[in-house]
Ligand binder design. Structure first.
Ligand code: CTP
Length: 411
């Protein structure tokens, strides 16, 4: 794998030397490109010695892009060829100026030209003064780059070289290397959901008893969020309808935040037309208080009885009006896993059901891990032994992708 690291002109440029080493430790071949300003902070010689390769600093020769540079068309063509041979372009540190140039598509030096010429995935690690970072212009440029699929490794908070404190320090080397590895792994994945729109539900719902109390289910939302991010990694457009969780929405996923089962139902139905795959991973409360008290219920000596009524069964409703959609449900069971799940698969008219045993203590609720069995209308049950929820999400989606009947919808 060949990673190109584009170094911008900021104090943090010296940290890119460590990045080169760490990327090489991962077995990547590293090509360094430096802007003219970067050469003021760290010498190309340092970077050439570390990377063991010629460092590219200019478009027309191997010197700078400045007026003193001597035009050399051979090296220009040779350099542009870099665009076709790299597997990833990492910009670290990315200055506010570089972000602006990339967002607008400028190509007035080698790095910005390479950015336009390459189709490799882009990872950007910005570093700058806190006011420059929070400036609406910078944030708009970031949003543009994100919207095009760039992965942003957000700067950390702390003491900045300019003497101020706040967000703007280059993210840790560990975080940048992890983003590079994840992006390369994702690029290597089959894009078996490209062109599809996946609607995922996740997390618990909250059903109000009174203004301060509610009934809910034990659910961290991790399984649904993992499905959303894996679907995105496989090329799908993803709409994530989520009950309250402590998780951040995965990059590139459209988040619709809801609280109650009723709100979740409305959100799912309003986005259903766009989706051709539906994965219902939410732990929807089956019951809600029949009446929500307007005021906080006061305690007194008598026992309190709250009358509950059923919530809408969203999955059943979707399955009934599914058309050509591929519908996946989840079944959280504490006994007779396969038999109960099979009954739900048929009763709710699903294409696939993921049955997880929630009686264990080291998988399921609040855990990074899960164990499950996938049942589908055709074929044998697929047993997924204890694995991370992220891995499991990938397996579920690959099983679904292999069974989708409908062609990729026109968008
Ligand atoms: N589900 C739903 N709407 C509800 C309840 C559940 O859409 N009101 C969905 C869940 O997202 C999950 C599936 O139904 O995909 C199974 O949920 P589960 O609670 O295991 O099954 P139930 O059908 O509610 O049956 P039981 O509680 O008796 O096990």
């Amino acid at each position: 794998m060949r990673v190109c690291i584009g170094v911008g002109g900021g104090i943090a440029a010296y940290k890119s030397a460590e990045l080169v080493r760490r990327l090489q430790d991962r077995g990547y071949e590293v090509q360094v490109v430096m802007t003219r300003a970067a050469c003021q902070f760290i010498t190309p010689l340092t970077m050439a010695s570390l990377s063991g390769r010629k460092v590219i600093t200019g478009l027309f020769n191997n010197g700078s892009d400045g007026p003193a540079g001597e035009a050399n068309i051979d090296s220009a063509i040779e350099h542009i060829a870099v665009a076709q041979t790299i597997d990833l372009l990492l910009i670290a540190p990315a200055t506010a100026d570089l972000l602006a140039k990339m967002a607008r598509g400028h190509a007035d030096d080698f790095l910005t030209t390479l950015h336009l010429a390459t189709q490799a995935p882009l990872v950007i690690a910005p570093a700058m003064n806190v006011n420059m970072w929070t400036h609406p212009a910078t944030q708009e440029n970031l949003a543009i780059l994100k919207g095009r699929g760039a992965r942003i490794v957000d700067p950390a908070e702390g003491y900045l070289a300019c003497g101020m404190t706040g967000a703007g320090r280059l993210a840790s080397t560990d975080a940048i290397v992890a983003a590079v590895v994840e992006t390369l792994d994702a690029a290597a994945l089959p894009k078996n959901l490209q062109g599809h729109t996946v609607l995922v539900t996740a997390g618990p719902t909250q059903e109000d008893v009174d203004p301060v109390r509610y009934i809910t289910n034990r659910s961290s939302g991790r399984m649904g969020y993992a499905i959303a991010s894996e679907a995105r990694r496989r090329g799908a457009h993803v709409v994530l309808v989520s009950g309250p969780t402590a998780l951040a929405a995965p990059d590139g996923v459209e988040l619709v935040a809801v609280r109650s089962a009723e709100e979740m139902r409305d959100a799912v139905l309003s986005h259903l037309d766009r989706a051709n795959i539906v994965v219902m991973a939410a732990a929807v409360a089956d019951y809600r208080p029949a009446r929500r008290a307007e005021q906080k219920i006061k305690k007194n000596a008598a026992p309190l009885t709250i009358e509950l009524e059923s919530t809408p069964d969203i999955l059943r409703e979707i399955a009934a009006r599914r058309g050509e959609r591929f519908v996946v449900g989840f079944a959280a069971e504490t006994e007779n896993l396969v038999a109960n799940a099979k009954r739900k698969l048929e009763a709710k008219n699903l294409d696939m059901i993921v049955a997880n045993d929630v009686s264990g203590t080291d998988t399921g609720f609040d855990s990074e891990f899960n164990a499950a069995v996938i049942l589908s209308r055709d074929g044998e049950p697929v047993e997924l032994r204890r694995m991370t929820k992220q891995e499991m999400a990938g397996r579920i989606l690959d099983e679904a992708a292999a069974r989708i009947r409908t062609p990729v919808p026109a968008r």
